[in-house]
Ligand binder design. Structure first.
Ligand code: FCB
Length: 441
């Protein structure tokens, strides 16, 4: 049997990612909490993983004891600025304590400034639908960066602007649950403006900062290659989901089916490319899918499905995505800001993890500048409209007791982080079913 280890460059970041609303608990002052109380989600976030109650400490311990050297978390705007003219210094101090907690554990912090949630007072002003949000967001960002800059120089301005805009304003799965493409495009344009303003503000306050955003990217193919309609729908969706923000940052123009919007200040506003990769899509034309502009996405029946069939395990898609990133932005460092799979019994996770890390290693061997990998997620957390039906944690969470459940993937990932690489022994031990795929003979 083959014996080998795929090593990564020295200093590679091995980490997990979380987001405030999904782990903190009792985030009562944002639009998601309200949306949950109105019954739009599969259960409510409630106490979540109780990080606000202090359980971040034990979870940071778990991360550091299992070899992780970085962590990505987000700060909750609605806690830091509960009202337009009120800053909560205690909340800021609590986050500073968390950042010190990372430093004490020798872990690098990556802080996300916006991860899907807005304070209710921002929602009352139509949130990202109008340009008025830009100075508001910038003010918040300045406050946070000023308070945290001694601990952080790696920032994500906005997490998945495409998902925020499209889920909130076309499919309607996210608040405000609207089906209006024009509004979705306005939202995305304002997020691009907000990102650009944040980028400049952060650099002004902290010249050495490395600033990016997290792009949810999905390689896509038409379901039927010879069908012009499927190909058209694939291109429409690809441009809308994958390309709007990246093109905006390359050219200063947000292109959309409803016309172009100039955002010249966005040009060149990223120091690294942050990629959230989960799966690939197969796109077809479907007359019933008016909310998605008649585009329909599914996975082939023979896919390696996650527990709820929410994802298909397609590791080559990560390689393709990194390749796209390198071709689009030559020389820009790349960070995998999210990647993971839902699995409460941990059946699929070990192979998903090993296979994606293998593909990332292939990319690194082309000298493509991948600098870190942030697995989603450290512990089970509140999965938005899907609530608690999806378990993405390396550690499971028992909601009634707050007890953490150590899944086998914890140990696989720990071995990877500590070795700074993936070995044939690890694959043999944790996911022998894919041994031949990763180490072909
Ligand atoms: C991403 C989100 C993250 C989490 C994962 C599963 O789209 O950024 O918050 O929900 O999906």
């Amino acid at each position: 049997m083959v014996q080998a280890t795929f090593h990564f460059p020295r200093g590679f970041l091995w980490a997990t990612a979380t987001a405030s609303h999904q782990v903190e608990g009792n985030n009562t002052n944002n639009q998601w909490w309200k949306w949950e109380q109105e019954g739009h989600t599969n259960g409510t976030s409630g106490l979540a993983a109780d990080w606000w109650g202090g359980r971040w400490r034990e979870d940071f311990d778990r991360a550091s004891e299992t070899g992780q050297n970085a962590h990505r978390f987000s700060v909750e705007w609605s806690r830091i600025q509960p009202e337009p003219d009120k800053w909560d210094e205690d909340a800021l101090e609590k986050y500073r304590t968390m950042l010190r907690g990372l430093r004490e554990r020798n872990m690098t912090a990556l802080v996300t400034l916006h991860h899907f949630t807005d304070p209710l007072w921002v929602t009352d002003q139509r949130a990202w639908e109008t340009e008025a949000i830009v100075p508001l967001f910038e003010r918040f960002v300045r406050k946070v960066v000023d308070a945290f800059k001694e601990y952080v120089n790696l920032w994500v301005t906005i997490n998945e602007p495409n998902v925020y805009a499209l889920s909130g304003y076309t499919s309607g799965d996210f608040p405000p649950g609207v089906h209006d493409l024009k509004r979705a495009i306005q939202v995305e344009a304002n997020m691009l403006r907000g990102h650009a303003a944040a980028y400049r503000a952060i650099h002004e306050l902290q010249p050495e900062a490395r600033v990016g955003y997290a792009l949810h990217f999905r390689p896509m193919a038409p379901k039927t290659n010879w069908s012009p309609l499927d190909r058209f729908m694939r291109n429409l969706r690809y441009e809308g989901i994958n390309m709007a923000f990246p093109t905006g940052i390359s050219t200063g123009v947000l292109r959309s089916p409803a016309g172009n919007i100039a955002v010249p200040e966005a040009r060149g506003t990223q120091d690294y490319l942050g990629i959230n990769y989960y799966s690939v899509d197969r796109i077809s034309f479907n007359i019933t899918k008016w909310k998605e502009l008649f585009t329909y996405s599914d996975y082939p029946e023979d896919s390696d499905f996650s527990e709820n069939r929410y994802l298909a395990n397609v590791p080559e898609g990560l390689f393709q995505t990194i390749k796209w990133g390198v071709n689009t932005y030559p020389n820009l460092p790349i960070i995998i800001t999210e990647n993971g799979v839902e699995s409460s019994d941990d059946k699929i996770r070990p192979r998903y993890l090993a296979q994606h890390i293998h593909q990332m290693w292939r990319a690194v061997n082309f000298n493509w500048p991948v600098k870190g990998y942030f697995h989603w997620s450290l512990v089970d957390n509140f999965e938005w409209e899907r609530g608690w039906t999806q378990r993405f944690g390396l550690w499971g969470l028992d909601l009634d007791t707050q007890k953490r459940i150590r899944r086998p993937s914890v140990d696989l990932y720990a071995e990877i982080c500590k070795e700074n690489g993936l070995s044939s022994e690890m694959v043999e031990k944790y996911c022998p079913e894919v041994f031949d795929k990763i180490f072909p003979t």
